[in-house]
Design a protein around this ligand. Structure first.
Ligand SMILES: *[C@@H]1O[C@H](CO)[C@@H](O)[C@H](O)[C@H]1NC(C)=O
Length: 516
């Protein structure tokens, strides 16, 4: 039987914080982000090999309306146009990802390197720099070369770590003279849980066929290997930074005086952020994760834990290898109940009163973000943080930016903020049904013109002011958000007590609901 505990939103009445900071320290990077598969298109052009997302979306029924990223936003052909939009926004950095199979069609360097792919990224990087926009480059935003998946089992196979390291080294060699901010993996939590546990994302595997823990284990080692490669071979010459972009979920105890509830909330955070952050900052998985997965595995009659272990050498090799931490703050669903999700003995509740910024599965809960940032500060030695995927509509943008300002005041080391994203684009298993862009794309018109939304204009003003252009307006938005949250506590409590089930609530900006 699961151990029961209940989590809920904290009561905010009486201690609503008034914003006092409206401007960011100078030098904070303001930017916009996107990823290769979601924007480039040209999935089989100029020598690009297929990725697991090409294979996945080409299977009927995997994605909403069976849409694919075959053409995505045709970003492959529109580099100059899209950089003009970044310039219009006055963004000072752009987070993009490199498609591994575009520059190595099979994923294996010794088999083939695609010069046209390298040329494409060279042109992109050069155009950004010509426009005074700093490129922040993610090496892995989910599009593993399909050959590696098909032939060797992808991240289930430790060999993938070595192929990834070869690929990363090629990127450092070709682009590292100009790119100084590297992200090894964008949201490995989503890669593992959605790709290797719930099967909602490519490669679409489920427990029994694979293990999300094993895939994660290899990804953590791959991050370490790439960081060491950069440090040993490229750092002295290129002087850049290598970080990772980690998942972002927050839980609160329903009764702050209950030890069980406090432990449940903490367990929740350790199973999400801690899964990756602990090995990287402390050399091993969180104790609570080792205990729970070990206990469950034993109950399931397994001789060893499904959570792999690091050797003593590996612990030293992996620990402390991070130049900065990226925190993407879009939440993806984890309401399903397969192995990983049942290991930590919690169920989750989403309240219908959370402000929804548009897509049916997103919720805006900005204040949880500040808590997460503070947790990272105290647990992991106040690392350098870039907020890497945050966005949607104008009033939510305000809420999150405000929480970052407060977190800065708490002493959290935030150095950059990346709104997500430049254009409406392919949203993974949701296809094109959800629109996150600052710019709308008119697909029905020839050349697919891009039109700015109201949020583009607002973000532009925030960037120009290096903070909020009009503090009074911000206050009224914040007050309406707070009002929403007070309603939340009233609604949640009766539900929780009536059902008397174990419920954890994820406190973060955006949340998925009704999604399984
Ligand atoms: C892992 O990949 C290597 C190739 O790099 C292959 O020889 C080996 O058979 C693969 N292992 C599994 C279990 O697929």
């Amino acid at each position: 039987m699961s151990e029961l505990a209940v989590l809920r939103l904290p009561v905010l009445q009486g201690n609503v914080e008034i914003m006092t900071h409206f401007f960011l320290p100078s030098g904070l990077l303001w930017g916009v982000g996107s990823s290769a598969y979601q924007t480039e298109g040209a999935w089989d052009k100029d020598g690009k090999g297929p990725s697991i997302w090409d294979a996945f979306t080409h299977k009927k029924g995997k994605v909403f309306r069976s849409e694919t990223g075959d053409s995505a936003r045709n970003g492959y052909y529109k580099v100059k146009d899209d950089i003009q939009l970044l310039k219009e926004l006055k963004a000072n950095h752009y987070l993009l990802s490199i498609s591994w199979p575009r520059i190595m069609p099979t994923g294996i360097k010794t088999e083939q390197v695609n010069e046209k792919g390298i040329q494409f990224y060279n042109d992109t990087i050069n155009s950004l720099l010509e426009n005074n926009i700093i490129p922040i480059v993610s090496l892995y935003h989910w599009d593993l070369p399909q050959v590696l998946q098909e032939t060797y089992g992808g991240w289930q196979n430790i060999s993938t770590m070595n192929y990834f390291n070869d690929y990363a080294n090629l990127c450092f060699e070709k682009f590292g003279d100009r790119v100084k901010h590297w992200i090894t993996f964008s949201d490995p939590w989503a890669v593992d849980v959605k790709g290797y546990d719930t099967g909602e994302h490519a490669p679409g595997l489920k427990p029994g066929e694979c293990s999300a823990y094993k895939a994660a284990h290899h990804i953590i080692k791959a991050h370490a290997k790439v960081w060491h490669s950069y440090n040993d071979t490229w750092h002295s010459e290129q002087q850049g930074m290598v970080g990772i972009s980690l998942t972002r979920s927050w839980g609160e105890p329903i009764d702050p005086h209950s030890q069980t509830d406090k432990a449940a909330a903490e367990r929740y955070i350790r199973f999400h952020l801690g899964w990756f952050a602990n090995p990287i900052y402390k050399g091993d998985y969180p104790e609570v994760m080792k205990n729970y997965v070990g206990k469950k595995s034993a109950q399931q009659g397994l001789g060893t834990s499904r959570l792999p272990t690091f050797s003593v050498q590996e612990k030293t090799y992996i620990k402390g290898i991070l130049d900065f931490l990226g925190i993407p703050i879009l939440l993806f669903p984890f309401l399903q109940v397969p192995s990983y999700n049942t290991d930590y003995d919690l169920a989750e509740l989403v309240d219908p009163k959370w402000p929804a910024p548009g897509p049916k599965w997103l919720y805006s809960v900005p204040w949880g973000f500040r808590r997460l940032l503070n947790f990272i500060k105290t647990q992991y030695g106040n690392p350098l943080i870039y907020v890497t995927e945050n966005g949607v509509a104008e009033k939510y943008l305000t809420g999150y930016i405000d929480e970052i300002l407060k977190a800065l005041n708490d002493g959290v080391n935030v150095k950059g903020y990346t709104a997500w994203s430049l254009l409406d684009k392919f949203e993974w298993n949701e296809g094109f049904s959800e629109r996150f862009g600052f710019y709308h794309i008119d697909f029905k018109t020839k050349n697919e013109p891009r039109h700015p939304k109201a949020s583009a204009d607002y973000y532009k003003k925030i960037i120009s002011a290096n903070g909020f252009p009009n503090p009074r307006e911000v206050m009224s938005i914040a007050n309406s958000l707070m009002a929403h949250m007070e309603m939340v506590t009233e609604i949640v409590l009766p539900t929780v007590f009536t059902l008397c089930i174990l419920i954890s609530i994820v406190l973060l900006i955006f949340y998925l609901r009704n999604h399984s």
